[in-house]
Design a protein around this ligand. Structure first.
Ligand code: DC
Length: 235
């Protein structure tokens, strides 16, 4: 953390990390929180998705770590926060919708297991958050990307609840909700068991189980934690 004299000023903008498994509600909460605080919301998963799409388009194996790293280094992956959510650009092209499709979702889960790919992502994600005033969500934000984040939230929910939420989201998007449970469990398993920065709550993270909480309740709880942080700064 920066040793400058404004570091503990109560109005200093914070770095907020929100981690957790798929379907726990991270994206919605992170984007609502960022809007309320007038912060920038960055979805780190979109970067893994963009690389996965690049791998699909370049016929690169999801298991070929050196080739994936080369591909990442040769690609321009940009996250553009907008009021309506993050826009993701790959080599200048808006791929925001494409990267949410099923084949990319599956590929992103596979490319994200590789340590060198993760290292490349972490470096770029740190650079994005260099100015603070951000809510970044993902799987390793509190543990690896910003281990010194001002506030770390680990947002969890029962797998059955997460599956139901995913199904509801897919229904809204008009997608066929086949195998939601199996796919989510497989991605969960990969996230939690990979050797490089597996999904785990940071020891100093605030764990919130959203299984029986509304979105508004979760948001209110996090806003209280933000307030508490600010108060701690002013004392
Ligand atoms: O959050 P998401 O579903 O958009 O993430 C896409 C994939 O990227 C997911 O399978 C896990 C991985 N990911 C990761 O390993 N680390 C992050 N910080 C964010 C996402």
């Amino acid at each position: 953390m920066s040793p400058d004299s404004t570091h503990n000023h109560p109005s200093r903008k914070l770095i907020i990390a929100i981690d957790g498994p798929a379907g726990a509600g991270k994206s919605t909460i992170a984007s609502r929180l960022a809007r309320k605080l007038d912060y920038v919301n960055l979805e780190s998963g979109a970067m893994y998705r963009a690389l996965a799409l690049q791998a699909i388009e370049n016929d690169t194996s999801f298991d070929d770590e050196p080739a994936l790293l080369k591909l990442a280094e040769a690609s321009r992956i940009q996250l553009e926060p907008t009021l309506g959510g993050n826009r993701t650009l790959l080599d200048g092209k808006d791929v925001s919708a494409r990267i949410r499709e099923r084949d990319v979702t599956e590929a992103a889960s596979r490319v994200s297991v590789h340590p060198k790919v993760r290292q490349w992502m972490v470096e770029h994600q740190r650079a994005l958050g260099a100015n603070a005033g951000i809510v970044m969500e993902g799987r390793d934000i509190g543990t690896k990307v910003f281990p010194d984040a001002d506030l770390k939230i680990f947002l969890d929910a029962d797998p059955v609840v997460r599956e139901e939420r995913r199904r509801a989201q897919q229904k809204i998007k008009g997608e066929v909700a086949a195998n939601v449970a199996a796919e989510l469990r497989e991605r969960d398993h990969r996230d939690r068991t990979r050797a490089a920065s597996p999904l785990v709550a940071a020891t100093d993270a605030e764990v919130i189980d959203s299984s029986s909480m509304s979105e508004d309740d979760v948001l209110a709880r996090i806003e209280k934690l933000v307030e508490l942080k600010r108060q701690q700064r002013s004392t």
